[in-house]
Design a protein. Structure first.
Length: 296
């Protein structure tokens, strides 16, 4: 794997510290995410469970097609993650901005056929996991950084029908929901959406088919949760569909951990990939710390 580290780090310095999912652990199998800095430079294009393309910049408009799976969202996944209903999916985020407080959500939508031919704007997503603000006033995005080392875990509903699903994981930043801070007057006022989609196969014997909604359409511009003042002491009103909760619980035996190669080109290429990714994450973390220090 030959990739210019200096080029990657140069691109990283332009990213304004925004985060992205670089790894996913699903039912104890570790998959590479779509690394927005490294993966576009690898030839041939690496096979991922994540929809590729896009960048780390937010979406500001919930009414555009990109609100489903992000800007670009190509290439389509070349792989699929198999999970048992009732198992966990952990999303590993690069360093997140403390200022970008807001809800974390996970959605899933069933699909049939070839994922590369699926129109994600026609899929009906239901919300199966959500993390907002706790009784102490701490947001899920802060706990992600302080308590779980940049990871957030969602449980696949134990009672859903087996099959193929697109999983949509999202952060909604509310720091500019009602106004901007000094030095950032140029930014649009309103929520910021950071999201990625992934390709999953759920196995099990469930029958549930939760009601979903299409993106765009699942969110309404006038929902109070999109215009929530982070200084408010009022309870946060969640956005989108009500959270779906499984009607059954299961106790699954842990699987032996498996790590999927990020390159498919052998141990030496994987070692180079991980070393490069570490450097990128280190620099991205430094940029994030800087923007935190100036209130960005």
């Amino acid at each position: 794997m030959k990739v210019s580290l200096s080029l990657i780090l140069g691109l990283t310095s332009q990213a304004l510290g925004h985060g992205y999912v670089y790894r996913i652990t699903a039912d104890n199998t570790v998959y590479p995410g779509w690394d927005v800095y490294i993966d576009p430079l690898i030839k041939p294009t690496p096979s991922r469970i994540a929809f590729g393309g896009g960048d780390v910049n937010p979406l500001f408009n919930m009414s555009v097609p990109a609100i489903a799976c992000g800007q670009g969202h190509t290439p389509a996944p070349g792989a699929i993650a198999e999970v048992r209903a009732g198992s966990n999916i952990t999303f590993h985020w690069s360093r997140w901005l403390y200022s970008h407080k807001g809800p974390i959500t996970a959605w899933m939508a069933p699909y049939e056929g070839d994922v590369s031919k699926v129109n994600v704007n026609e899929l009906e997503f239901f919300k199966f996991a959500e993390d907002t603000i706790d009784e102490q006033g701490v947001w899920g995005t802060v706990r992600l950084m302080d308590k779980t080392n940049g990871t957030w875990t969602a449980t696949v509903p134990a009672d859903i029908k087996p099959g193929n699903y697109v999983v949509r994981q999202e952060m909604i930043a509310l720091h500019f929901a009602v106004g901007t801070t000094q030095g950032f007057e140029w930014s649009p006022i309103g929520p910021q959406f950071y999201l990625t989609c992934f390709n999953f196969k759920v196995v099990g014997d469930g029958k549930a088919t939760p009601k979903g909604a299409k993106f765009p359409g699942a969110y309404k511009v006038d929902e109070p949760g999109f215009h929530f003042d982070l200084k408010s002491k009022e309870p946060y009103p969640p956005v989108g569909l009500p959270l779906y909760k499984s009607q059954v619980q299961v106790n699954l035996e842990p699987k032996k951990q498996v790590v999927v190669s990020p390159t498919g080109q052998g141990e030496a290429a994987d070692k180079t990939y991980y070393e490069t990714q570490y450097k990128v994450l280190e620099q991205q973390g430094g940029m994030t710390s800087y923007f935190d220090s100036i209130g960005g």
